[in-house]
Design a protein around this ligand. Structure first.
Ligand SMILES: *Cc1c(COP(=O)(O)O)cnc(C)c1O
Ligand code: SF4
Length: 328
C-alpha cells in the first residue's frame, strides 16, 4: 500500500486505531479491561513503534496507560472543564495564541500522531484553529507587526505532522521576520514517530538562520527507544537545542525512580528536562491527577538525587496568568 509515501506517513497510516487490534498485538484480553464503550470524538491512535515499547501482557504498562481509553474518563471530577488553561481567551487571531510576553504560539494543526488520554487539547475546537494558507498569512502579519515578539512557537496538535513542503514554507516564512530571534517547536513526534525526523526535515532546520529549540514530550524512559535516540542524534547534529516536557501522571510516572530514570535517559540522548507539568484539569482526565503534596515530595526526592540541570521545573498552567506557575 502507498509505497510512494515517505516512511513516516506510511507508519502514521498504519498506526493502531482500534482497541481490539492493539489488545491482540499486546496479548491482552479486551474483556478483562474496563474499557470506554466508545470514544469517537477522541479515538485511540498509537503508532506501532510506540506500541513496541510496551510490555506485552501487562494491562498496567505505563505507555499503554497513556493511550488506552478507560471508563475512568466518564468519572466526574469537580473543577475539570473544557478549557482549563484559558487558551480560548488568548486567541489573538485564528491559530495564534498570544498569552505570554514576547512569545506567540501557532496552532499549526489540530491532529497528533498519538492520542494521549490526559491531553487538555482533547476538547479544543480545532476546526476553527487550523492554519490555512490565508490564516497563515494573517498570523504572519500579526507577528510581523509586533517587534516585541522574539520567539515563535509551533504547536498544535503536533506541528511535525505537517508535510515537508508545508512545514518548510511555514518555518521559512517565520524566519524571514527580522525580530524573531528564536524558533521553537513543541512536538511529541520525535518520540512517538521518530521516522519523521527525515533528511527533508533536517535540511529545513539546517537552513534556518535563527536558533531552533525543539521541546519533546516523553513521560517515561521506556518511550526512548534506539530509533528515538537516533532521531535525537540527527537533530543535535543540526545544532537544535533539545528539551523535554513531561506531564506528571498517576500510575505512569508518579514515583521518583521512574522520573529519575526518565531524566537520566533523556540526558544520555542529549536532551535536558525542561518542564514537569501538573495535569491540566480537562474533563475526563481527573484519574490521572497527582495530588500537589505528592508532586512536591517527588520534586524534593529528585533534587536530592540528581544534578540541578537534570531536575525539571514543576509547573502548572493558570488561566489568565502571565507565565506558567512554578510550584517547586
Ligand atoms: C507554555 C506556553 C508558552 C511557552 O511558555 P514558556 O514558559 O516560555 O515555555 C507560550 N504560549 C503559550 C500559550 C503556552 O501555553
Ligand atoms: S501529543 Fe501532545 S497535544 Fe497531542 S494528544 Fe498527546 S499530549 Fe495532546
Amino acid at each position: 500500500m502507498n509505497t510512494h509515501l515517505p516512511l513516516w506517513q506510511r507508519q502514521l497510516a498504519e498506526a493502531f486505531s482500534s482497541v481490539a487490534d492493539l489488545c491482540r498485538y499486546l496479548q491482552l484480553d479486551p474483556a478483562s479491561l474496563p474499557l470506554l464503550p466508545h470514544c469517537k470524538d477522541f479515538a485511540l491512535r498509537v503508532p506501532r513503534g510506540f506500541a513496541d515499547c510496551m510490555v506485552a501482557g501487562d494491562p498496567n504498562d505505563p505507555l499503554l496507560r497513556q493511550i488506552l481509553p478507560l471508563q475512568d474518563e466518564l468519572e466526574h471530577y469537580p473543577g475539570f472543564s473544557h478549557d482549563p488553561v484559558g487558551d480560548l481567551n488568548a486567541v489573538a487571531e485564528a491559530g495564534v495564541i498570544h498569552k505570554y510576553q514576547g512569545r506567540v504560539l501557532l496552532i499549526c494543526t489540530g491532529a497528533c500522531a498519538i492520542n494521549c488520554r490526559y491531553c487538555f487539547r482533547r476538547h479544543f475546537p480545532y476546526a476553527d484553529q487550523q492554519l490555512s494558507k490565508q490564516k497563515l498569512q494573517q498570523a504572519l502579519t500579526y507577528i510581523a507587526a509586533r517587534p516585541e515578539i522574539s520567539e515563535v512557537i509551533l504547536s498544535g496538535g503536533d506541528p511535525l505532522l505537517l508535510k515537508d513542503d508545508k512545514l518548510s514554507y511555514l518555518l521559512e516564512a517565520v524566519s524571514e521576520i527580522s525580530h524573531v530571534r528564536r524558533i521553537r517547536i513543541h512536538s511529541r513526534i520525535p518520540v512517538v514517530l521518530p521516522a519523521r525526523v527525515n533528511p527533508d526535515l533536517l535540511e529545513t532546520l539546517h537552513k534556518l538562520p535563527q536558533p531552533v529549540v525543539l521541546v519533546l514530550h516523553a513521560n517515561h524512559a521506556n518511550e526512548l527507544s534506539e530509533e528515538v535516540a537516533n532521531a535525537c542524534r540527527s537533530l543535535k547534529q543540526q545544532n537544535v537545542t533539545l528539551l523535554n516536557q513531561s506531564v506528571l501522571l498517576q500510575g505512569i510516572n508518579d514515583d521518583s525512580q521512574t522520573l529519575l530514570q526518565l531524566n537520566e535517559k533523556l540526558f544520555s540522548l542529549g536532551v535536558l528536562p525542561y518542564y514537569l507539568h501538573c495535569l491540566d484539569r480537562a474533563k475526563g482526565v481527573g484519574h490521572f491527577e497527582v495530588p500537589e503534596k505528592q508532586a512536591l515530595a517527588l520534586m524534593q526526592s529528585l533534587q536530592e538525587q540528581l544534578p540541578g540541570y537534570l531536575v525539571p521545573k514543576l509547573v502548572k498552567e493558570q488561566a489568565g496568568a502571565a507565565h506558567k506557575i512554578r510550584l517547586a
